[in-house]
Design a binder for this molecule. Sequence first.
Ligand code: SF4
Length: 301
Amino acid sequence: MIIDFKEIKCSKALTPSKIYGFDYTINPYIGCTHKCSYCYARFMNRFEPYKSWGNYVNIKKNIVQILGNEISKLKPGRVIFSSVTDAYQPIESKYKITRQCLEILNKYNFSVGLLTKSPLITRDIDILHKLNSRKGGLSIGMSIMCLSEEDKNNFEEGSPSIESRFGALKRLNNEGLEPFVFIAPFIPGVSEKNIELLLKRLKECGVKSIMIERLNLRSGNWKDIRIILEDKYLNLVSNYYKDYLCSDYYRNLKQDIRQLCDMYGIKTHIVGSNKFKEKIKNKKITDYLWLFFKSIINFFI
Ligand code: SF4
């Protein structure tokens, strides 16, 4: 895959946050080569309408300088990284923009929240320690949608392996930085495979709390998710709407996961609303027919 990298200039570094608990967001990059099919940030494609999500990254080359200029005029607050990108995607190892922003934020006593899929975060353990030395100065989350590398590759073509994320979690915990794990999005029928083993592995990595997020289909991602389901999980998809995209499914899931988490002594929190019903209502009869025929074809080949 050829990635289109472009250096750009931004005029603002921190923008007011709509995310609960955070005052500002910062995104060192536009675009993300982790290329998750379910990504909620693909609306950012409006800046690059002729490119496809996952195949380009715009690098805000001057964001460190802009942050340095604007931060002294602001009251210290809480900053979330990665609301529309992953601040530790591979290009960060070359540009070190996230690292430099963290240094500035720490210098001005801002608190930081970081959510990533990448073990590259461990490169910045020295700065993370500085942030963490202030009460409430740091919160880190590692995002993992399932245990299986194969499933991961189906839905997150360019993201780091699950095993490498376990390694990073272990390291961050050994350093006392206590990352939480964000099982997100929870893809019905896929994420629950080996969920007990996943929780066991997380426990072994020292994880004390997890957050689970329901799949959000409001961001125009359903088309891509459906293509993957039809291509790789045909047995699953033929009954997907009936068996998985319903409140009963989530109610039972919640119960099962809470029990497992209690068993492993992991705190759990499930977030997100069930918008699937709308999708079911909006489904056309031709969509069902297409799934039916695909199942038949699959049966005979
Ligand atoms: S890592 Fe996050 S921002 Fe990047 S593609 Fe995946 S979901 Fe989107």
